[in-house]
Design a protein around this ligand. Structure first.
Ligand SMILES: Nc1ncnc2c1ncn2[C@@H]1O[C@H](COP(=O)(O)OP(=O)(O)OP(=O)(O)O)[C@@H](O)[C@H]1O
Ligand SMILES: [Mg+2]
Length: 489
């Protein structure tokens, strides 16, 4: 038999590239798959003897199940899983644990069976040269820390955490501070990855050293200014995937604290892009999925949710760490289109600095250009009701103005605009950008005069100006006009 060399295999099991937060998230996956309602994490500082314990009140395991679970590759990735199961590879418990510690113990109990325990000790494997699953577990550390299983549940205990605390002395202040920072990172990561479970009724509660973790919603669904764009259904392997784009509020619409919290563990820029959920667990927290987009400051308000069931892991190339996913080739064009649309919308919000125009006004917005459709084709028309157009039609004459309007409408360089705005959105100027007041003033005056002729009061006219393109996005010009001693008179 060609048994793998224990010490060599151990080292490769340790090299999956987990961080402490992603490793712990992998264990919490297992708690959720075991139908736990509560997960208690305990971080105990004691220098090189520090430990982390993760306890849940899920279904637990029998002795036979525990021995199987401890085996690397305990289940085949090809096996079908229950819909709520977050596992796939039969590896997570082992790879996640060994990425952080040299001693992994599991204590577990089902409702009807006695408590059982097993331990993998990498130092033992290395020195003895054999894969022996030990029965001796440092139970006293758990009982001492108040970690006990009442009816049913499982405790995972990590000791000899060479990758977390190393050989630090207990009184090493800076090592202790790093330990505290690591706890904070774990907290933020779990709040993000499991936010849906934490939010929903009948979901789970997670506690770190006795304190409950709140959910972090990447889409700020509780904020009025968040825009949820229409969801789309994509057809993938016989099922519909739902894609829901969100554009987050401009900074000015959030309190400082909310804005800081909304950034997420990696910061505003890094957290833009697609958010891929498998079941309800977040796998990818913001990524443009190799679709050819960069993470840029002016697109940071774009976050797009994709929901996957757990039977598409192969199709989406889900990895053992559950932190990567790649869309199948045939979905790329559709995802790219959705990303483009969302990014464009996000730039708009980012640029306009969330200026609120004429919030007091009861008037509807007056646009100069309107999108229309005829026989299923779109075209753009100049709004004849726009006050400036109306007054020109009246004063100069419909027969003189109409042909010019038609000419403009028929020759609008739509395809150029589309290409430039999607490829170089930064270089598109917004209405009246860089314009001087002196250039804009005659326009304002003309509209003012025309309204006045029609019997509108001064206040009414300013109200209307504020909801009219192109001034609606540049309230400072309207203010300057209003403040002129002879303004509009
Ligand atoms: N907290 C737990 N409660 C009950 N059973 C558990 C728990 N943790 C692990 N198990 C059992 O151990 C098995 C192995 O877990 P492991 O994380 O190694 O693999 P997996 O979850 O099946 O797949 P993946 O590698 O994708 O995580 C699980 O399938 C489950 O049966
Ligand atoms: Mg698992």
């Amino acid at each position: 038999m060609a048994r793998p060399e224990p010490s060599a295999l151990v080292e490769s099991l340790r090299a999956f590239g987990y961080s402490l937060p992603t490793a712990i998230a992998d264990l919490v996956d297992n708690c959720i798959s075991a139908a736990a309602r509560n997960v208690w994490l305990r971080f105990e500082w004691d220098g090189a003897h520090s430990f982390i314990a993760i306890r849940d009140d899920g279904g637990g395991m029998t002795d036979v199940e525990l021995v199987a679970a401890m085996r690397p590759g305990s289940k085949s990735p090809l096996e079908d899983r229950a819909p709520g199961d977050l596992g796939r590879f039969g590896l997570g418990l082992k790879t996640a644990s060994f990425s952080q510690c040299r001693r992994l113990s599991v204590v577990t109990k089902t409702k009807d069976d006695p408590c059982v325990a097993r331990c993998w000790d990498l130092d033992y494997i290395n020195t003895a040269g054999e894969w022996r699953l030990l029965k001796k577990v440092n139970q006293h550390r758990l009982t001492g820390a108040g970690e006990e299983i009442a009816q049913q549940g499982t405790i995972i205990l990590w000791e000899e955490m060479d990758r977390v605390t190393g050989s630090a002395r207990t009184d090493d202040k800076s090592a202790y501070n790093r330990f505290l920072e690591a706890i904070e990172e774990v907290k933020e990561h779990l709040a993000m990855v499991f936010h849906r479970y934490l939010e929903k009724r009948g979901g789970i509660n997670i506690f770190i050293n006795g304190r409950q973790i709140g959910a972090w919603d990447p889409f700020l669904r509780g904020e009025k200014a968040t825009q949820e764009l229409p969801s789309e259904k994509l057809f993938c392997k016989g099922v519909h995937l739902t894609v829901t784009p969100y554009v987050l509020p401009h900074q000015s619409k959030l309190t400082q604290d909310r804005h800081r919290a909304a950034a997420g563990p990696q910061g505003w820029n890094a957290q833009q892009g697609f958010y891929i959920y498998r079941n309800e667990r977040l796998l990818v927290p913001g990524d443009w999925l190799g679709l050819g987009f960069q993470k840029e400051e002016h697109h940071k308000l774009a976050r797009i949710q994709i929901d996957l069931p757990n039977n598409m892991d192969d199709e989406w190339q889900i990895d053992v760490k559950k932190s990567r996913a790649r869309p199948p080739g045939y979905l790329r064009a559709e995802l790219k289109r959705i990303a483009k649309l969302t990014r464009e919308q996000a730039v708009q919000i980012y640029r306009h600095r969330g200026k609120v125009i004429a919030r007091k006004s009861s008037q509807d917005h007056v646009f100069l250009w309107q999108q229309k459709s005829r026989h299923g084709k779109y075209f753009y028309e100049i709004n004849r009701e726009h006050p400036l157009i109306q007054s020109s039609l009246r004063e100069i004459g419909t027969d003189k103005i109409e042909p010019i309007l038609r000419l403009l409408e028929e020759t609008i360089p739509a395809s150029h605009i589309i290409i430039t705005s999607s490829e170089e959105p930064d270089r598109m100027s917004s209405p009246l950008e860089g314009a001087k007041y002196a250039e804009v003033r005659p326009l304002l005056q003309k509209i003012y005069d025309s309204f006045q002729k029609n019997g509108f009061s001064r206040d009414e006219i300013f109200d209307r100006l504020a909801t009219m393109e192109p001034f609606s996005q540049n309230p400072e010009f309207i203010e300057a006009f209003r403040e002129e001693p002879e303004g509009g008179i």
